[in-house]
Design a protein around this ligand. Structure first.
Ligand code: CP
Ligand code: NVA
Length: 296
């Protein structure tokens, strides 16, 4: 089997741990000196941003990021393209490669993004699939780096549904020496092959954790089983009691959008130990550094 194609960013494993830390350093420079740092990196280049599902953070941070790097973002809804009428992802990738310098795609099918990545001759960046959300993980690492400086040796406890966000957090964490522990009920857990430590006990997960992280209980595409999910995940909400079982300096993370009162209590989401809003901002800085790394 071929290894990940380093031209793309689909699983997050295309970039080694050492390079990832360098990319995060660059993102910190971009955050500190915005928008001057990196301006011109994409001069004369266009980037296709294909969104087959809703998005607030990913879409807008990529659109603003491409513009700040001097490039032209082209935002496309899936239903505006022949993809929605059966044109293959591979052919779409081949054709777009003749126009643009990179393709960013959010899709309801991970296989579609992989197929596009195989046929495109420009970088393909995964902007979320049901399996993975590697761009979110980049911002998560950046947020932890800003807070704790050194990533190697940190422990992050993810509590809730074993989503695309959890899976990518586990992968990204493993690349830089972060121990990721995922607490989820049976049926909602990551696969055994995941680089995370898996448990059904939230208290065990948060013990000595530097960050407690959660994501929605009803992801895009899971709407039909929403009621069952809420019932099954009820003991996996992050709240003040769980935070108290961690450390005084433990921070609270969430990829957003949040449902206060469901997977996270409002006091944690909006409280002083929340780094959630920095995480959201960091989508911009991390993705600018990623675009410069892949295209610069
Ligand atoms: N966290 C995240 O990806 O948010 P959006 O769905 O708004 O892009
Ligand atoms: N797990 C969520 C993440 C949203 C950013 C979803 O896929 O809907």
């Amino acid at each position: 089997m071929r290894g990940p194609d380093p031209r793309n960013f689909i699983t997050g494993e295309e970039i080694s741990g050492g390079r990832l830390v360098g990319l995060l350093d660059r993102a910190e420079q971009m955050a500190a000196n915005r928008p001057a740092e990196g301006a011109g990196a994409l001069a004369g280049k266009s980037v296709a941003l294909i969104f087959e599902k809703p998005s607030t953070r990913t879409r807008i941070s990529f659109e603003v990021g491409v513009a700040e790097l001097g490039g032209t973002p082209i935002v496309l809804r899936g239903n505006e393209m022949q993809l929605s009428r059966g044109e293959s992802p591979g052919d779409t990738g081949r054709v777009l490669s003749r126009y643009v310098s990179a393709i960013v795609i959010r899709s309801g099918s991970h296989e579609e993004v992989v197929a596009m990545g195989e046929q495109a001759t420009v970088p393909v960046i995964n902007a979320l699939t049901p399996e993975l959300h590697p761009c979110q993980a980049l911002a998560d690492l950046l947020t932890l780096k800003q807070r704790f400086d050194e990533l190697d040796g940190l422990k992050v406890a993810y509590v809730g549904d074993g989503t695309n966000v959890a899976r990518s957090l586990a992968i990204a964490g493993s690349l830089v020496g972060i121990e990721v522990v995922v607490a989820a009920p049976a049926g909602y857990q990551l696969d055994e092959g995941s680089p995370a430590i898996l448990t059904e006990d939230p208290l065990k997960a948060v013990h000595r954790a530097d960050a407690i992280y959660t994501d929605v209980w009803v992801s895009m595409g899971d709407e039909a089983t929403a009621e069952q999910r809420r019932a099954d995940l009820d003991g996996f909400r992050i709240d003040a009691g769980l935070l108290a079982a961690a450390k005084p300096e433990t921070v609270v993370m969430h990829c957003l959008p949040a449902h206060p009162g469901e997977e996270i209590t409002a006091d944690l989401l909006y409280g002083e130990r929340s780094v959630v809003w920095d995480q959201a901002e960091n989508r911009l800085h991390a993705q600018k550094a990623l675009l410069e790394y892949l295209l610069g």
